[in-house]
Design a protein around this ligand. Structure first.
Ligand code: BG6
Length: 484
């Protein structure tokens, strides 16, 4: 057996009754169980406040597996479920951590888990620091490997992220911490480096002589749904830009890593992030826009959502510019926009090449587009001759994953959990990367907060492309969003 099979481990899942566990983590664990990554020598302790029993937790997990899988082998499922245990847990109660420690030690013996522990924080972020502190104070650390998986948001400013990191670091070293950014588990995000580095057609134009700008759009049609309370403390900039937009931008803009190892990739990312340009008030005024959704008749008004203040100034849309002074695309603007209640669900990147003026006049730009969601797709926009009349027309050379290929793509969480099991930190956020992105967000937030008193929050109609002001954030007034 290779070391990536039947990994011995006790997983302590904080937030075992939650939505994320139900929708993503249990199905992902089941798939990894079926692939033998974990099999006989693992146990999971789900914890949450609710007074559930082991059996009740197992029923819930059974439902989650049946909801996400077309066909399930009953025996397999039964065996899988028998590895799950529940402990009702108040995160502030010392005695509960003592009970958890005892249960983990007992299961360790039962399942021969070699003292290996994975702690997974999948609950309200305000408890992350408390849990980390108790893991340390009540000595929950096992005698084998210890890994901590932390969901986002990791802080809501540099200062609060730093505080959380200090709390975590009392028990875990940086290489034991797996900060989740689920975008890093997506197929087309993982495809950015191979596309960049293995195609001469792309690699040779991937520099500031050829690339004019890069555009990242992460649009959602849904509103804030049941998450108004959390969203009020966050807003689009913290919720989507600090993490997902930054990780995508970094993969696009970083220098070629010296190797494909986690260390080399993080080093290349860090080198880039050390050369980020923090936005000053002048850039903020010219190149950043925020907004809030509001329908004509209030039906789709953010301020009417559950747990949202009627005078909320939280942005549900943010657009702006990120620039770096290093890397192959040094100085090339990365424009981003992200928002709730936009035209449709669409996550994509458009790389816009500079125009050429030639014998045919000024041709359209070549674009390289990477569609992340809802489909996995890649296309090049090129120029060719019109068929019957003279002149030039645009064509897309498109590669879209087939339905069969899409069915093979593992869910992002399955990929990321697999990486935690095999201790591969490539697709997780390093603390020093996070620090730089928070510096950027803090600078933008500080400007918006001071600006708020004089400039009203732009509003945008739902199911469109966000506030019209976002169409004018470009350095060159002739530039525009490729995706409209
Ligand atoms: C999360 C945000 O990180 O990403 C949510 O907190 C957002 O607000 C979600 O809806 C979008 O993820 P995806 O995978 O649906 O694009």
């Amino acid at each position: 057996m290779t070391p990536t099979e039947n990994i011995p481990v006790i997983i302590i899942l904080f937030g075992g009754s939650g939505d994320l566990a139900h929708r993503k983590l249990y199905p992902a664990l089941f798939n990894l169980y079926q692939q033998n990554v974990i099999h006989d020598r693992f146990a999971v302790i789900g914890t949450a406040r609710r007074p559930w029993s082991h059996d009740y937790l197992r029923e819930q997990i059974k439902e989650s597996i049946e909801e996400t899988h077309d066909q399930v082998n009953e025996d397999d499922l039964k065996h899988f479920l028998s590895h799950f245990y529940y402990q009702s847990h108040d995160v502030t109660h010392v005695s509960h951590y003592m009970a958890l420690k005892k249960m983990a030690a007992h299961l360790d013996e039962t399942y021969h888990a070699d003292g290996n522990r994975i702690f997974y924080m999948a609950m309200a972020p305000r408890f992350f620091g408390t849990i980390a502190t108790h893991i340390n104070d009540q000595h929950l650390i096992g005698s084998g490997f210890n890994r901590l998986v932390v969901e986002k948001p990791f802080g809501r400013s540099l200062a609060s992220a730093q505080k959380l990191n200090d709390e975590i670091r009392r028990s875990f070293s940086e290489d034991q911490v797996y900060r989740i950014d689920h975008y890093l588990g997506k197929e087309m995000v993982q495809n950015i480096l191979p596309l960049r580095l293995t195609n001469p057609l792309i690699k040779n134009v991937w520099n500031h002589d050829f690339v004019k700008n890069i555009q990242i759009t992460l649009g959602e049609q849904l509103g804030v749904e049941a998450r108004g309370g959390y969203y009020e403390t966050s807003g689009a900039l913290r919720d989507m830009v600090q993490n997902h937009v930054f990780q995508i931008a970094t993969l696009l803009m970083m220098p070629e890593p010296e190797a494909l190892s986690a260390t080399a990739i993080h080093a290349a990312k860090q080198m880039l992030l050390d050369h980020i340009v923090l936005p000053d008030p002048d850039q903020m005024r010219k190149h950043f826009v925020r907004g809030q959704y509001l329908g004509n008749d209030d039906t789709f008004a953010y301020r009417k959502e559950k747990n949202v203040a009627p005078d909320s100034t939280t942005e549900t849309f943010a657009a702006g510019e990120i620039k770096f002074n290093a890397g192959p695309l040094a100085g090339v603007p990365v424009y981003f926009r992200t928002g709730k209640r936009m035209k449709e669900k669409c996550s994509r990147v458009d790389i816009v090449l500079k125009h050429m003026t030639n014998l045919y006049g000024r041709a359209h730009s070549n674009n390289i587009s990477i569609i992340i969601d809802p489909v996995s797709e890649f296309y090049l926009t090129i120029n060719g001759k019109k068929i019957q009349e003279s002149g030039i027309r645009r064509e897309d050379l498109k590669y879209r994953f087939t339905t069969a290929e899409m069915a093979q793509v593992p869910d992002g969480y399955e990929r990321l959990l697999h990486d935690v099991f095999v201790a591969d930190t490539t697709n997780f956020t390093h603390w020093s990367e996070l620090k730089r992105s928070w510096q950027f967000i803090d600078a933008a937030e500080a400007f918006w907060q001071s600006d708020e008193k004089t400039v009203p929050m732009p509003q945008y109609a739902p199911f469109k492309m966000g506030p019209k002001e976002a169409d004018h954030i470009f350095e060159n007034p002739h530039d525009h969003w490729i995706y409209r």
